[in-house]
Design a protein around this ligand. Structure first.
Ligand code: ADP
Ligand code: ADP
Ligand code: ZN
Length: 214
């Protein structure tokens, strides 16, 4: 099963993608997580990506596409995967489709997690991230057991540089201009499913399971 998560930054794509990955036993592939791991390790890719990420801009397709295609070519992705944060442009979607076509494959579901802009800014300022294991928390909705510490790996939680309010506004603009057109793109392919992302995360997940099947 090959799944794409669509939705604004902070809509809950990552939260839902992790639950999908666990329930259906497929890898969760997040280009944002891959970039952040590279930044943390000080790689050349990480340094290049950071320039764009800190401004709330997309990392150029030349860098992003190769990383994603390499990742999904790995053995553990053979039976499927859930993509979180890719594609983010029509060009990225075209490249992915072409790569899948070559192996006689296709995307099964593109799930749009729908959350209005007003809710997004509030969500992002409360998000706390573990840069070690990729876990995500929210100071009100999903607090860690001990304040500021990751439940899963014990590392310190941070407010991501790009989750500050000014940057979030840029990211929302970028989303509307470059990523939102993907909703129509996948609707035309007949694989688009929308869920209301404003409800409790368990209810969002129940709606997704209703789409993907038990
Ligand atoms: P995305 O991957 O789309 O950027 P995240 O999954 O990281 O979004 O979620 C953004 C923030 O909102 C996180 O702090 C997360 O814990 C919180 N969150 C996710 N889903 C919900 C929900 N249904 N209700 C309230 N808060 C949520
Ligand atoms: P969110 O879902 O909260 O927007 P992500 O972790 O998916 O956050 O992405 C963080 C940043 O990483 C983006 O703002 C962008 O700069 C970069 N990025 C992630 N995925 C892509 C992609 N597919 N194309 C271009 N840039 C990306
Ligand atoms: Zn952690």
């Amino acid at each position: 099963m090959k799944i794409i998560m669509l939705g604004a930054p902070g809509a809950g794509k990552g939260t839902q993608a992790k639950m999908i990955a666990e329930k259906y036993g497929i890898p969760h592939v997040s280009t944002g997580d891959i970039f952040r791991a590279n930044i943390k390790n000080g790689t050349e890719l990480g340094m290049e990506a950071k320039k764009y990420m800190d401004k709330g801009l997309l990392v150029p397709d030349e860098l992003t596409v190769k990383i994603l295609l390499d990742r999904v070519a790995k053995e553990d992705c053979a039976k499927g995967y859930v993509l979180d944060g890719f594609p983010r442009t029509i060009h990225q979607a075209d490249v992915l489709e072409e790569a899948l076509n070559k192996i006689g494959d296709k995307i099964d579901f593109a799930i749009d997690v729908d959350v209005p802009d007003e809710n997004i800014i509030r969500r992002m300022s409360g998000r706390r991230a573990c840069l070690s294991c990729g876990a995500t928390y929210h100071i009100e909705h999903v607090p860690p057991k001990a304040e500021g510490i990751c439940d899963k790996c014990g590392q310190e939680l941070v407010l991501r540089d790009d989750d500050k309010a000014e940057t979030v506004k840029n990211r929302l603009n970028v989303y509307h201009e470059q990523t939102q057109p993907l909703i129509e793109f996948y609707e035309k392919k007949g694989v688009l499913k929308s869920v209301d992302g404003t409800v409790d995360m368990k209810d969002v997940f129940a709606a997704i399971v209703g789409i993907l099947g038990e």
